[in-house]
Design a protein. Structure first.
Length: 467
């Protein structure tokens, strides 16, 4: 250990030199006049021993302690009968340890030096750890602040602790505006009200919806506008708290492109359906009427081909009906909210006949959607949820509820089947992925949970942003 011994060429200096040599110290001995506090603070000394506590030596201690790079240096001083009354001044100077006992007690002096060495080693190790922590924090901040993804951390009470530059840009808030605020400030209704309940339920039960999974949700900017985003949340458990880190990616452009592709596809679907209904359907209807008249005429004449002509008429009628059913399948919903309500009522009736189940529909509020494709997506989500309930959930009863409020549109499909497996999010089939995809295109959140009926519940929620 490198040790600086300060004192005049006296007996106390000699005793300390011998004691330190026994403990294998590398000793540098100087007088107080030979010391430059800045040089001492910048040196590689681990221990400094003052042979006496004078006003000059204590002043030097204060200068050394005031330096930026003094942290690893331990200072001990000798107190004799003449200086012990100035003990408070010694403490205020920054001295780490005092030797009050006589220097002539070799064993006690050795013990004191051993404790001083341990204090110096502890300081050095602590400084090394702190330096590594500072470097680690600097790297962390560099990564977090330069990443293109928004990174937000919150505590167990859902209060924001960190908010990086990408998050500031994405949500239009400055960090100092949101740190200490509830994270639901970044959410639209109804998720804003529901988030605290979700956090409470998770901490109580451990049941996850987003944490460790990742999903598409809706974010809210400072100006009130909303946008689709992908959110991945991780959890770190510390000794006295939990920290949740959310990585947010804006997927608005991705959703816009996907929506454009699907809108084109839906347009083609509607065009084909309309052609089937207005073109082929009407042609078949006309051919059927002609064939029917011919069949009636041949029957009156007792013609040998009368029966065959009637069969042709019946086949044309079946083809006409089939073409109209195909057209209805391609264009199941009229281009307004009332069309969705009518289509869902028709869907429940069809499901009861096709699957032999009980299926009912209930709506509350008046639906207003500007984009016609949104109506189609909600219909298709309902259709897929019913199919899953019957084919995979073995359900005998399905309930559909459409609720429109000032803040959101919520479509809920519940069944009394066996429900989804616990790991459905990892093994989700094509039907679930299609429902999630359609929900994302309309800016909705799709949640799959247990139903009060004992089966599965599929909930699709679209926030409504006020003017």
């Amino acid at each position: 250990m490198n040790t600086l011994l300060i004192g005049k060429n006296s007996e106390s200096v000699h005793i300390l030199e011998q004691a330190l040599k026994i403990r294998r110290h590398n000793i540098t001995t100087k007088t107080i006049t030979e010391i430059d506090p800045d040089d001492v603070a910048a040196s590689n000394y681990s221990l400094m021993v003052l042979c006496e506590s004078t006003p000059e030596s204590l002043k030097m201690c204060r200068k050394i302690k005031a330096a930026d790079n003094h942290d690893s240096l331990v200072i001990i001083t000798i107190l004799n009968e003449n200086t012990i009354d100035h003990f408070n001044e010694v403490l205020e100077s920054g001295v780490d340890q005092c030797i009050v006992e006589s220097l002539y007690d070799e064993k006690r002096l050795d013990i004191r030096l051993a404790f001083a060495e341990k204090l110096a080693r502890d300081k050095t190790e602590r400084n090394i750890i702190e330096e590594k922590l500072r470097e680690s924090e600097a790297r962390y901040r560099s990564i977090v602040e330069t990443t293109v993804d928004a990174i937000i951390t919150i505590n167990e009470k859902a209060l924001i602790r960190t908010f990086n530059q990408a998050a500031e840009k994405l949500f239009q808030y400055q960090a100092n505006e949101v740190i200490g605020q509830n994270v639901n400030i970044l959410m639209p209704e109804p998720y804003k009200k529901e988030h605290d309940d979700y956090m409470h339920n998770y901490l109580q039960t451990g049941r996850r919806k987003i944490i460790g999974i990742g999903r598409e949700v809706t974010g809210r900017r400072k100006d009130g506008s909303t946008f689709p985003m992908y959110l991945a949340v991780s959890e770190v458990k510390l000794r006295d708290q939990r920290i949740f880190t959310g990585i947010v990616r804006d997927i608005s452009e991705q959703r816009r492109l996907e929506s454009e592709v699907l809108r084109t596809s839906e347009y083609e679907r509607r065009r084909i359906g309309q052609d089937l209904h207005d073109g082929l359907g009407q042609m078949l209807t006309g051919i059927g009427l002609i064939s029917k008249n011919v069949a009636q005429s041949l029957k009156k004449e007792n013609h040998s081909h009368a029966e065959q002509t009637q069969e042709i008429t019946d086949l044309i009628k079946e083809a006409d009906q089939y073409a109209r059913e195909l057209a209805r399948g391609l264009v199941p919903v009229e281009l307004d909210g009332e069309g969705l309500t009518t289509a869902l009522e028709r869907l429940t009736t069809h499901a009861e006949k096709l699957f032999g189940i009980r299926c009912n529909f209930h709506s509350k509020g008046k639906l207003k959607l500007e984009d016609a494709t949104h109506v189609t997506h909600l219909y298709r989500i309902t259709q897929e949820a019913i199919n899953n309930a019957v084919k995979h959930g073995d359900a005998s009863e399905v309930a559909i509820k459409l609720v429109v409020s000032k803040t959101h549109i919520r479509l809920m499909i519940e069944d009394n089947g066996v429900g989804f497996q616990k790991d459905w999010d990892k093994k989700g089939g094509l039907g679930v992925r299609i429902m999630q995809f359609r929900a994302g295109l309309v800016g909705a959140n799709l949640e799959i949970s247990d139903s009060q009926k004992g089966g599965a519940r599929v909930t699709c929620t679209i926030p409504i942003i006020g003017d």
